[in-house]
Ligand binder design. Sequence first.
Ligand SMILES: [Zn+2]
Length: 71
Amino acid sequence: MASPASLGFTHRENRDGTIDSVCRRCYVTVCTSSWEADLESAEKDHACDPALLERWSRLADRKSISGPEQP
Ligand SMILES: [Zn+2]
């Protein structure tokens, strides 16, 4: 029963039985709840922080530049 909106989120179960919903793009925990409906509504309302996305993409760029380009 995966809705398209939930595809961008990872669900992680906590020891206390609640579930963290973590955005796969900006890695922010958008909601912690034991109710699937709460997670879904938080996921629908979530908008990634552009500043965070930029930060992650900059980090990814830095990692991908592994070969030395020096003369
Ligand atoms: Zn996000």
